[in-house]
Design a protein around this ligand. Structure first.
Ligand code: AMP
Length: 188
């Protein structure tokens, strides 16, 4: 059994529902979800003219070898109807393998640790909540150290752990959305 960390993101449709559906689908006979980070709402990178993302990190315990784990993730993206239209563009679900134990993998279809992990706050922030002390096997810095080195990328907590959305806010009206903190954090 190996421990792996995955990064999930969505910026189309009901983003939070997509993340939860992907988490449910990740559970499989050879892949068990152990821990899930808080969700963060994050500014798009690479292609700025698109909606903000929701991102989280998840720790899984798995007996799937790395390429099998990648197939598992890609199959979930496919089942959930992900279309690859614009490169780096909007997507209802994206699942990346961030870390697979302390393995370093560089094959045609798979690079682990994920090659852009160390420069993306939207990956490092949730990952640090689960794996802050884990060393990046290529860069020999902890995930927390890598996060501290990232500048100028906006994100905010979507809703903190334990805080469940109140479906009936004062006044009796129903809401399907959790309260969202308005703080915008940006490293400068
Ligand atoms: P994307 O369009 O960003 O979801 O890229 C998906 C493609 O990236 C997959 O078809 C994989 O072959 C490739 N890839 C390479 N390394 C990774 C990784 N660590 N996690 C997920 N996909 C990867």
């Amino acid at each position: 059994m190996k421990r792996a960390f995955l990064g999930l993101g969505s910026n189309l449709g009901d983003r939070e529902a997509h993340l939860h559906e992907a988490l449910r689908r990740l559970e499989a006979p050879r892949c068990r979800v152990l821990r899930v980070s808080s969700i963060y709402e994050t500014a798009p990178r690479d292609l700025p003219a698109q909606p903000w993302f929701l991102n989280l990190a998840v720790e899984v315990e798995t007996s799937l070898f790395p390429l099998m784990l990648l197939q598992h993730c890609l199959k979930i993206e496919r089942i959930m109807g992900r279309r690859r239209t614009t490169p780096k563009g909007p997507r209802n679900i994206d699942i990346d393998i961030l870390l697979y134990g302390q393995f370093k993998i560089d094959s045609a279809g798979l690079t682990v640790p994920h090659p852009r992990l160390h420069e993306r706050r939207f990956v490092l922030e949730p990952l640090a909540k689960l794996a802050g002390d884990i060393t990046h096997p290529g860069l020999r810095q902890s995930i927390r150290e890598l996060l501290n080195g990232v500048k100028g990328q906006s994100l905010r907590l979507w809703h903190p752990p334990q805080q469940q959305p109140d479906p009936r806010p004062a006044g009796g009206a129903t809401s399907s959305r959790p309260n969202r903190p308005s703080t915008l954090q940006s490293r400068s």
